[in-house]
Design a protein around this ligand. Sequence first.
Ligand code: ACO
Length: 398
Amino acid sequence: CVDISKLTKETGLFTYDPGFGATASCKSAITYIDGDQGVLLYRGYPIDQLAEKSSFTEVSYLLMNGELPSAAELAKFEDEVTHHTMMHESLKAFLQGFRHDAHPMAMLAASVASMSAFYHDTLDLQDPEQRRLAAIRLIAKMPTLAAAAYRYSIGHPIRYPRNSLGYTERFLHMMFEVPSEELELSPVIAKAMDLLFILHADHEQNASTSTVRLVGSTGANPYASVAAGITALWGPAHGGANEAVLKQLAEIGDAKNVAKAVERAKDKNDPFRLMGFGHRVYKNFDPRAKIIREMTHKVLGELGVNDPLLDVAMKLEEFALKDDYFVERKLYPNVDFYSGIIYKALKIPTEMFTVLFAIGRTPGWVSHWLEQQVDPDARIGRPRQIYTGSPKRDYAKA
Ligand code: ACO
């Protein structure tokens, strides 16, 4: 690893690296990935251990603070988050300005950006306590805004957060009319959702987190920075893939059509790609996908759901993993491949899939933003370019 920043300052030399595949934009102590081995650690803890033993709020604390909380620290953190779950009443009016069929990701991005208009007290970025408060507010309000966006998009009244519930149950309660009975009947739903949030909580310098850092590097406030992250997440090459996977599986429709889909994905004259396959960093199985695949069988089994799309997904994985094209390029299922099937079994509408990703990723975004604020090496993010346009020429009417 070469630090070329000094060389760049002294000589003007810079590197051409489209997509930043070979460029570290910062130092970070939050998340470690070994893409060749398929390893993912949050603050040093393996993702499979956190998935098995931890909770989303505990993982949020861990990402923000660097250490697992004691029971008292966790209780205090959960208390603080619970205290900030309400959204400003005027935000409701703001949401009501959208067309009834607006995509919930559009509403989420806009309402998170609008938080900077509501919480002026957090704009003193020099004050660590105000920075921490802004991070807590984002973690606390994200499910409230997400559920409100969904409820508005289906024309149903917005539901207030029920603060006697835990983080994930509270979100489900805001989303659905009768979730409390459903949850009592099936705690497996809340557990599955909490686990999915844990698996999405951070992933070092992915496109959305890099966006949060890039916007944060200008001194913009955390709400604006995270709102930018949400818009970056929305694209189908990133978090939008979970929505795209389910649509693609439905289009393939039947396990007998899988071979044709795999052939099509290999055709360089066809833009068609297998959604949920491939990753910039993982050149081995995405460890999150492994956990989600196991969980899919368990959740569908416990809920008594028999989804033919699961058969299509399994066949697709089987075909792709023994196909030379996918083997040579090290294209494995990623985190988005199976998550949609679980969301569907939990009766989450497809257009909410990326919104759920955003809720899960929020502790990661705010932790990176917090880390950046105290990074002595942090500078405004300003990539260079290689100019390919016309040389200097004199103005003349065409
Ligand atoms: N289906 C078919 N071919 C693929 C796929 C795919 N899903 N992904 C990559 N390839 C091929 C490319 O065509 C390229 O082939 P070539 O070398 O013959 O030109 C090679 O594999 C390398 O692909 P790149 O696009 O250069 O890889 P990159 O690291 O830039 O992109 C990405 C990674 C965006 C994830 C890509 O694999 C992709 O588009 N996957 C589908 C979308 C998806 O699942 N996104 C979610 C990613 S995980 C996340 O963000 C949460």
